[in-house]
Design a protein around this ligand. Structure first.
Ligand code: PLP
Length: 413
């Protein structure tokens, strides 16, 4: 069989909808400056799909710092991988500042979070080791774990009994192989918004020998007294052995970092293949990240404004009778019942008739019959944005419950 013929016959779980959905439901074009109201399909919509939590992405001072750094250095300097020719004093300073902010001895930058964490998992483990990870981990963790040549056990999402069973299995294996155990959780799970049970996981260190890695993409900058993330929020930051966060959320940029004790960071710096064999972060991203981190440290009101809006949105949804599950972060899911066809039509209804744009999660990502509307509140959403959205949700919920949407798959307008 010809490879391309095979692929064309089965474009994958989302690709199969490309004809009807592309440009509207999938790969939409959202136009305008990052703001709580942007343009989609020619209309203004309240925007709930962008992780610009603290509003740094559209601040004129932030854009100016990015632009000035680009004018000075262009987008290529320093050129090459960090190890060969792509290093600079600014890269190293940013690493020191990040390490200090998250309370770790040392940090290493990675050019994208996705490859960075994959590569970190890959380099930290050998075939004698066992990795034990949350079954609902982000794709980058799943892919990192797939690269591991030894045993890998997924524990049921945030289920401590399942984690403990898997730790017991893993312990037996490493006693034979002479290897070690790495447990991986997220600080905040990006779909449901529930925090990883880091405190309880850390407690298990009394009983089992393992190291803990935490992907805190949605916790960094927004959780904890200083914004150092889910570990700080739960009082266990010191017990996270390898802390990861990306600049793609609260920092509103590109890049990421891993932090931990001096020696493990040094080990990662020398052994992460995705960094050794790829170009380092260009200077505008490094200078931009330094500025964003400074803002984050010096302006606690950014986080306070965010949480004011998170609470207003989440309380408003609950008071209106919506099920938002067990989120204890900014990520706000709204659970509804309906088919995939319902989901496409209510999305269309929300966008075209109510001016509300949010992400919709459906089967096969979640079980059949469920729909999740996922909202990312930010520091700059307004009460009017929130009220308009809750009113819209009430209207579409009523339609769902009275079977007002047809069973046809909705084609974009
Ligand atoms: C939980 C989590 N981990 C890792 C990543 C990947 O980070 P990056 O966008 O820097 O590749 C993301 C998405 O941005 C994420 O949500």
């Amino acid at each position: 069989m010809d490879l391309f013929e095979k692929l064309e016959k089965n474009m994958g779980p989302l690709g199969m909808y490309s004809e009807q959905a592309e440009g509207y439901y999938i790969f939409p074009h959202i136009i305008g400056k990052l703001a709580s109201r942007m343009k989609f399909n020619g209309k203004e919509v309240v925007m709930w799909s962008i992780n610009n939590y603290l509003g740094l992405g559209h601040r004129p001072d932030v854009i100016k710092v990015d632009a000035d750094a680009t004018a000075e250095y262009g987008l290529c300097y320093p050129m090459g991988s960090r190890m060969m020719s792509g290093n600079s004093k600014q890269h190293e300073e940013l690493e020191e500042e990040l390490a200090e902010f998250v309370g770790k001895e040392s940090a290493v930058l990675v050019n994208f979070g996705y490859q960075g964490i994959m590569s970190a998992i890959d380099c930290l483990l050998d075939r004698k080791d066992v990795v034990v990870y949350d079954a609902e981990s982000h794709a980058c963790i799943v892919d990192g774990v797939r690269m591991h040549l030894g045993k890998r056990f997924a524990f049921t999402h945030n289920d401590l009994e399942s984690l403990e069973n898997n730790l017991a299995r893993a312990t037996k294996i490493v006693e034979k192989t002479g290897g070690a155990i790495l447990v991986i959780s997220e600080g905040v799970f990006g779909m449901r918004g529930d925090q990883g049970k880091l405190k309880e996981i850390v407690d298990l260190k009394q009983k089992y020998q393992f190291r803990l890695m935490v992907d805190d993409a949605h916790g960094f900058g927004v959780l904890g007294a200083t914004g150092a993330g889910a570990g700080e929020e739960q009082g266990v930051q010191d017990d996270i052995d390898i802390y990861f966060a990306t600049f793609a959320k609260s920092m509103a940029s590109i890049g990421a970092f891993l932090a931990g004790n001096k020696n493990v960071v040094k080990y990662m710096k020398y052994n992460m293949r995705s960094q050794t064999f790829a170009k380092s972060l260009p200077m505008p991203f490094v200078i931009g990240a330094k500025y964003r981190l400074k803002l984050l440290k010096e302006n606690p009101e950014l986080k306070a404004n965010l949480w004011k809006n998170v609470n207003m949105l989440q309380n408003g949804l609950k008071e209106a009778g919506f099920n938002i599950g067990d989120t204890n972060s900014c990520v706000t899911p709204v659970y509804l019942k309906g088919t995939v066809a319902d989901a496409t039509q209510l999305t269309y209804d929300l966008r075209e008739n109510h001016g509300v744009f949010c992400s919709i999660v459906i089967y096969p990502v979640i079980p059949k019959g469920m729909i999740i509307l996922r909202l990312i509140p930010t520091a700059y959403h307004t009460k009017e944005d929130i009220d308009q959205t809750i009113t819209a949700f009430l209207a579409i919920k009523e339609k769902l419950e009275s079977n007002a949407y047809s069973s046809e798959f909705m084609v974009a307008g």
